[in-house]
Design a protein around this ligand. Structure first.
Ligand code: ATP
Ligand code: MG
Length: 249
């Protein structure tokens, strides 16, 4: 499957993945032709069953899984298989699904790690982020290992934001959180997006994700099956049957 041409007058695509084939082990492809195009300022949701390759897809975008064929471009520039640290400098932020904070370091130290190659002053960026996550400012000297799951997820997101990314990749930010904390994660993600950051979010909470995203992609067996607006996908009988259950009705 290749990326569909953009309709005339649509915002310019900022990140485009075209027909990606990628995998971890020689001869075993996990992504079998995955395509996606994200316009500047868009919030994209990726849903799909466990093992579909959602995390692999984000890792392939971020240079952490070798892309065997196909391409990734950022603002028109080919970034296929570019190293993660280079991508960070080019304005891509990534919050992995697991192990996304340094538990023995304090909140403030975690954020300092996030800003290690930033050109702007650390304090300026820190103040901006504390406005989004006030609790992180109040607890700045607490070790992240002693935070709740939801608070830790905030630290992980805040750390990625320290580099002032243009595009933020989030892998299941609401996983393992209580319903109230899950909700907060979605609200924060939308807020971050409203500040002008383009967001690609993988989510297991398909219903909530589709409610807040501009457009969703369904990923199945390593292939991006289809895309539509979040609202359309919420009403799609196949999506309801497979991902939303009776809650979607
Ligand atoms: N490091 C790895 N080495 C080899 N295979 C892997 C590795 N990580 C993932 N896989 C395999 O790749 C496939 C896709 O995994 P991936 O983690 O991308 O799925 P996912 O859609 O993110 O699932 P989930 O919803 O459970 O997070 C799975 O079959 C998995 O076993
Ligand atoms: Mg995953």
């Amino acid at each position: 499957m290749t990326a569909a041409p953009e309709p005339a007058g649509a915002p310019a695509p900022v990140l485009v993945a075209d027909d990606l084939i990628a995998g971890y082990l020689p001869g075993v492809d996990i992504l079998n032709g995955c395509s996606m195009s994200v316009a500047e300022g868009e919030l994209i949701g990726i849903i799909g069953p466990n093992g579909a390759g959602k995390s692999t897809f984000l890792k392939a975008l971020f240079g952490l899984v070798p892309v065997r064929s196909g391409s990734v471009t950022l603002g028109g520039e080919d970034i296929t298989n570019r190293r993660a640290d280079q991508l960070v400098r080019m304005g891509v932020g990534f919050v992995p699904q697991t192990n996304n904070v340094f538990p023995s370091l304090t909140i403030m130290e975690n954020l300092e790690m996030g800003a290690f190659q930033h050109h702007k002053s650390y304090h300026e960026q820190f103040d901006k982020i504390v406005e989004l996550f006030p609790v992180l400012g109040e607890r700045r000297h607490q070790r992240t290992g002693s935070l709740s799951g939801g608070e830790r997820q905030m630290v992980a997101m805040a750390r990625a934001l320290m580099m002032d990314p243009k595009v933020l990749l989030l892998d299941e930010p609401s996983a393992g959180l209580s319903p109230a904390r899950q909700d907060e994660t979605f609200v924060r993600t939308r807020e971050i997006n409203k500040t002008g950051v383009t967001v690609i979010m993988v989510e297991q909470n398909a219903r909530r994700c589709l409610q807040i995203c501009d457009r969703g992609y369904v990923l199945d067996q390593g292939t991006s099956a289809y895309t539509a607006t979040g609202k359309e996908l919420l009403k799609d009988p196949k999506v309801i049957e497979l991902y939303l259950g009776t809650l979607g009705a």
